[in-house]
Design a protein. Sequence first.
Length: 411
Amino acid sequence: MLPISIVPKGQSKVIIVPAESYWDTIDTGKYPFEGKTYPTTIINGGLHMGGLIRGDKDCPWDESIIGRYFGITEQTELIPLSSKIRWYEIAGLTVNPDGTKDISIQRFWWGAKTMASPTLYRLDNCTWDGHIRPLSYVIAPGTYVSDVTRALPGKGVPDLRTLGVAPYRDMKTSFDFEKGDAIEQVVGPDPFKPTAAFRIWMQDNVPSVFPAAVMDLNNSGADPRYTAMWVRGGSKTLEGLANSPRQLPNWENVVVISSAVGVGINCQADFADAAILFQQPNHEQPIKWYYGERELGKPATEATLTVSRDKGDLTFKGGDARFSGSIVAKGLSSDEKPARNLRGKNVVVEVNQTTVSVAFPVEESDADYAVFVEQNWISNRAVVKKESKGFTIQLEKSAPEGAKLDWMIVR
């Protein structure tokens, strides 16, 4: 790759619209640009990574750039540590009626294929409606090395320091390689990482008489180990991601189950502390469920269960809650303030008493609550006073012998 830019930095800008996913054909309308999304699709049986690379009206692009190499020069999009550009071979050019131009690039997904856009390190560098981010770029000549047999001296090989290269767009032009040119050995744009660093594939066809595990961890010693598996790397806090190259956690998931199973996690022993522990060192750690019909262009509807870090309040957001058993609670509330009292029963009322003062076992935060009262004799009554510490009932008829009443409050 020649480190010479055909398009000087700053001369024009590009925008890159992201696909919602570069490996899945999902499209909920999350990243529209000018009212249109650019999802990943299947074309001719193969994956076509979505998105868009669009140059502005000042970009000097024509058919001659096809076969050359495109790279983003923004500092946050350079390869960490080396600060090198990721280069993508330009595969196609489209000139739009308004003068802007779109290019497609070559990426690698089970082979080299034409794709619509690169995966940027930072989503914030991408563009969508209401979030426009012009980016500096460079286009340069280059090619692939095809023969290194004469590149280094060896047994019976002279020191020629010669590379064999594949035919390329700029051969025999002013942009061709010449003796003494500085050559940059670049990193491939899409390193195809192995699908698993540790892989066990099985093709069992006969039932086993023993419940055999695929991975068997057994500590038969006298001293306990801290953990059976330790997942580490990257920032421990969401705030720390702002300084990372991709501003994303180092792990998207820890465990993914994408096969029908009998039990997802089977706990068959006692737990000295907890079966599942959420330590919540910085933020609330929710449990989520998706529900309802997913509509194209709309995100999934979520139900969440969280526990506040400061007070330990359990909050469920979603549909209705249904229980097959009783609900045991110290209060009922339909607003943001919790109720600290629920009811009193069989409260003794003295004979001939016409005013009854009820004191709460626990004082409420204020007097904004509803009171329900019932007594064991026939008489009109009214709640004439409400306070945070209790309320007062006025009776129309004096209480008879053996009078009792019940009360309940709801916030």
